[in-house]
Design a protein around this ligand. Structure first.
Ligand code: NAP
Length: 283
């Protein structure tokens, strides 16, 4: 049976460093603070917001939530972002996406001050990721994937990593972070042919496709490490499931992250860490 790589121990380890750095800042009179910008009332945004608030407050990071109606106009959204940009007491901003269709998401992301972009949505953050240097932050979920692998001592350098999914928020940044750590990286997507053949050749498989239990045992071989980023509601099972069919793969892979309680549990810890760093904390 595969080793189960749970997120909670990773989050706890990250949080120890974050809380320490936040306390150091507090001694200098700085209270790190996150601004959360939510448009509408999407259930997954609300769940993530509640988890982020809980995590941040536990670690000494203040949170200010601004909620805009689902039918908000672009001008009002940009004005809300501008207010967070100019508020010296807010060090990082998280804006939930996707935004409703009437809004120009690229323009909204571009309006955010790069130094406060703790979830890596601006082009400045993307450049940091691309070049492997700079002040920007990686998207929290992508960084959580790597934090989890590193916590469990999974060797990355020199290993073959396959990332399934190429979104700007998870697949691409996860691939770049793995490349930075000297993995040999293949990125797959919906047009990839022979996907199972490619994933079976990997040492590490990161699944980020957003399809409930789409990757079954035939995609994996013994000894592989499988990181399942997917969070999907399965009508059939009546609960959240990943992109990987956990029950089928548990006996085929070497190690696997569960859903829930895997990568998702690490994401808010990475977010809090980014806020503390944006506030000047050494973490
Ligand atoms: P997304 O924007 O929909 O991107 C999905 C990617 O998967 C696309 O690149 C798509 O290919 C590819 N894909 C779709 N079906 C495929 C298939 N059958 N075979 C191979 N590739 C396929 O999704 P996302 O925002 O990256 O999110 C991915 C998953 O992560 C979702 O389940 C989401 O809920 C979850 N998520 C988890 C966290 C967390 O904290 N754990 C945070 C955010 C999101 P194309 O590019 O060709 O369309």
């Amino acid at each position: 049976m595969a080793r189960i790589l749970k997120g909670a121990p990773v989050a706890e380890a990250l949080d120890r460093g974050t809380a320490h750095a936040a306390a150091e800042l507090a001694r200098r009179g700085i209270r790190p603070a996150l601004g959360i910008l939510r448009v509408g009332e999407r259930a997954d945004d609300l769940a993530y917001e509640a988890a982020a608030v809980r995590r941040c407050e536990k670690l000494g990071v203040a949170v200010r939530c601004v909620n805009l109606p689902a039918d908000v106009k672009q001008g009002a959204l940009i004005a809300a972002i501008a207010r967070m940009n100019s508020d010296a007491l807010i060090h990082g901003v998280l804006m939930f996406r996707p935004l409703p269709p009437q809004l120009d998401e690229a323009a909204a992301c571009g309006a955010l001050m790069p130094s406060k972009d703790v979830d890596g949505v601006t082009r400045e953050s993307a450049a940091t990721l691309y070049y492997g240097e700079g002040e920007g932050f990686a998207p929290c979920t992508a960084e959580a994937v790597v934090a989890l692998l590193e916590h469990y001592g999974v060797e990355i350098a020199g290993k073959r990593a396959v990332v399934v999914g190429r979104s700007a928020v998870i697949g691409r940044p996860a691939a770049l972070l793995l490349l930075q750590r000297d993995a040999t990286v293949t990125v797959c997507h919906s047009r990839t042919g022979n996907l199972a053949e490619i994933t079976r050749g990997a040492d590490i498989v990161v699944a980020a496709i957003g399809r409930a239990e789409a990757l079954g045992a035939e995609y994996f071989t013994p000894g592989q490490t499988v990181v399942d980023v997917g969070i999907n509601y399965s009508e059939a099972r009546g609960r959240l499931v990943g992109d990987v069919d956990f029950e089928a793969v548990e006996s085929a892979a070497g190690a696997i992250t569960p859903v829930p309680a895997g990568v998702g549990s690490v994401t808010t810890s990475v977010l809090a860490r980014h806020v503390v760093r944006a506030a000047g904390g050494a973490v």
